[in-house]
Design a protein around this ligand. Sequence first.
Ligand code: ADP
Length: 499
Amino acid sequence: MSDVSVKIKTPQTGEIELNTGLFINNEFVKSVDGKTFEVINPSTEEVICSVAEASEKDVDLAVSAARKAFNGPWRKETPENRGKLLVKLAELFEKNAELLAAVEALDNGKAFSMAKNVDVPGCAGCLRYYGGWADKIEGKVVDTAPDTFNYIRKEPIGVCGQIIPWNFPLLMFSWKIGPAIATGNTIVLKTAEQTPLSALVACQLIKEAGFPPGVINVISGFGKVAGAAMSAHMDIDKIAFTGSTVVGRQIMKAAAGSNLKKVTLELGGKSPNIVFADADLDEAINWVNFGIYFNHGQCCCAGSRIYVEESIYDKFIERFRERASQNTVGDPFAKDTFQGPQVSQLQFDRIMGYIEEGKKDGATIETGGKRKGDKGYFIEPTIFSNVTEDMKIQQEEIFGPVCTISKFKNKADVIKIANNTSYGLAAALHTQNLTTAIEVANALRAGTVWVNTYNTLHWQLPFGGYKESGIGRELGEAALDNYLQTKTVSIRLGDILFA
Ligand code: ADP
């Protein structure tokens, strides 16, 4: 065991060795001033281990490594090889699915079965997909005059800073590195301070896959220190962020006040989930339940505002209440667990604060509303009814297993209230009428609209926000644009001789 690794234990794998250093130049290193911070298990509130904590000095070292790689070996790498490396990493994710999922469940609190069957395959799919794009980045020739030759090249932006959240640590890691690597950039990625561990396992795999040193650097650390240093760094060319809208604004400001680095943001949401009277009720209830309670409500696209057509409201709420209270909440490593603990004390307190606020404002709790047990950050699946559009629980992102439910009269009415939010990340509707589906989907101001389903993201499909939910798109071909810049080369030719 080196001085930057520890032994930790997961119920799934038993004892494993974990590197805890900052991953710079393909090595796990201590932070410059030797600082570390503790990582907490949200199921037990106990310390799992400590990991190196990056300061501004460590950010500088990681950026230098990424710059050196960008200016050197990585620029000489062929697109084909960049693709092969991503595909190799995808294979290693699949080979190590059990380990990755176990560390993810331990650190984040999500169910091990979800981590293994949803998160890790999602990572592998995304990495492999972008591996396929690496040798398909193409430019163009544009004729403007007979004596001029113009070509347009798509070039990498350079050193990319990437800051990810704690709700899907491994997935966000893959969503970020896939398109950046496919397009030939180098990376300094900061994980969230609540959940640094699974990325440290992934760093071992990056090394094993054969990425040259300095191409992908990963640091653990706090937003206010390492994250802020990245956003203001003069030698980071682009920053990609996923997290809260509040922090997104700070990052944009820091970018504006430094080197005007390019910024893409994937931020919060308060997504409407609309059920029309003609929907298949059983299906709709399942998807509404999954829409809000998947990942314990810790999804930026969670369907947290549910609108049900008047004529089926009473029947719907009765069945939904029953369905929500059946979700198994408990130990992430138990076989039938659907919902584990919230990620941290801070998140737990925030969510319980919103529940209190809802009660004070006069909303009715249909089910849930309380902590579950007395250890770990578990919260019962909660439904509020009797809400008004101006209530905090109806307007603000709660990021927990809490939703509101209201009635609506008709299409026009529901489109208006569904769009009555500063966010625009996702929306959904349930109906068997094709015209209703298309009309409403087109009218909703959101980056993704699901019909008769929810949370079914796919790496081939762009994902991102309208309004204050973000700038730019993750996933799909669209994400490549975030990491490319366009160069026009215009060449004056001599006299052209036409025979
Ligand atoms: P949450 O409130 O859900 O924890 P945040 O938006 O605060 O979400 O965090 C998402 C990511 O942003 C984390 O990696 C966090 O460390 C980082 N972060 C937080 N504050 C800042 C900041 N001021 N500058 C840059 N990154 C930050």
